[in-house]
Design a protein around this ligand. Structure first.
Ligand SMILES: NC(=O)c1ccc[n+]([C@@H]2O[C@H](COP(=O)([O-])OP(=O)(O)OC[C@H]3O[C@@H](n4cnc5c(N)ncnc54)[C@H](OP(=O)(O)O)[C@@H]3O)[C@@H](O)[C@H]2O)c1
Length: 266
């Protein structure tokens, strides 16, 4: 998340743990870095508090990147009682974004980028059992549901902000990247296979962050909003990603689930 006061404050929330300011593809002045530590099952309360602290210290925000994510974990719950993957990957981003929207709206132009995955194409939102209880849970089903939620959230946010908004939204697949995504896999042999495969076939993080940076910085995207990107270009969505009724339903339910304060509703 970058504030334009001077481009000197970078506040990172859950990026893959390396400093993009030091990489050669794109460079920033990064200055002070404040970081929200993960490992808090109180996913939503933490982000809410964080957003309040940021609002006290920053006058505006230019770029918010919702990158944090978990996947393939055991059937865990957030402190608030939501399935951990959905709570972290969707509800946390939803709450953080809407809490910070007033600051984003204070910039002459601002971008909200949400890192999804092309695996969202395998998903549907299980509205009747969003926490995938009673045997419906698997690491992959929870992950793809949360990644579809990222796509629907981005489209619905663009729609609600409207065509004249100075805040634009972008959602993307970063590519297959060699990161620490397998950290929560309970099955050690599956983890070993995944890690071996990714170390041979997946992109290094320097390459894997390029579509995220493209969405954050490419000036030609100034007039786009609510679209999906892959490999540094726009990519068409499948039908489940353009299901506007589901997007609206998810939005309204998410407001209730995070108990969004009335003044933050749009
Ligand atoms: N790797 C891939 O092939 C791939 C493919 C498609 C999409 N993606 C997406 O890319 C994004 C980044 O994942 P990654 O591959 O870089 O995985 P990763 O190495 O496991 O990084 C995940 C990041 O999310 C942070 N995080 C997790 N839970 C959090 C919480 N509750 N609050 C704040 N931060 C939290 C972690 O913070 P800590 O460092 O503090 O633990 C870490 O920085 C995710 O949204 C993932 O779905 C990855």
């Amino acid at each position: 998340m970058w504030s334009s006061q001077s481009r000197s404050t970078a506040i990172r929330i859950g990026d893959p743990g390396y400093d993009i300011s030091s990489k050669k593809h794109v460079s920033f002045d990064s200055g002070d870095t404040n970081r929200v530590r993960r490992n808090s099952p109180a996913v939503m309360r933490v982000r809410h508090k964080f957003a309040k602290n940021v609002s006290l210290n920053e006058s505006n925000i230019d770029i918010l990147i919702n990158n944090a994510g978990v996947g393939m974990c055991p059937e865990w719950q957030t402190k608030e009682g939501y399935e951990m993957t959905f709570g972290t990957n969707h509800l946390g981003h939803f709450l953080l974004t809407l809490s910070l929207l007033p600051l984003l709206q204070k910039s002459p132009k601002a971008r909200i980028i949400t890192v999804s995955s092309n695996t969202h194409r395998l998903a549907k939102i299980n509205f009747e059992n969003i926490n995938l209880r009673n045997g419906a849970y698997s690491g992959i089903s929870a992950y793809v549901q949360s990644k579809l939620a990222n796509v629907l959230f981005t489209r619905e946010l663009a729609k609600r902000l409207g065509p004249n908004s100075t805040v634009h939204t972008y959602v993307l697949h970063p590519g297959p990247i060699k990161t620490d995504m397998s950290r929560n896999m309970a099955n050690k042999s599956q983890k070993a296979i995944y890690d071996t495969m990714t170390s041979m076939l997946y992109l290094r993080p320097e390459m894997g962050c390029q579509t995220t940076l493209y969405c954050a910085l490419e000036e030609r995207l100034d007039n786009e909003s609510g679209l999906y990107y892959n490999n540094c270009r726009q990519d068409p969505l499948w039908a489940n990603g353009t299901d506007d009724k589901s997007a609206e339903r998810l939005w309204n339910l998410s407001c209730d689930w995070v108990q969004l304060e009335d003044h933050l509703k749009i």
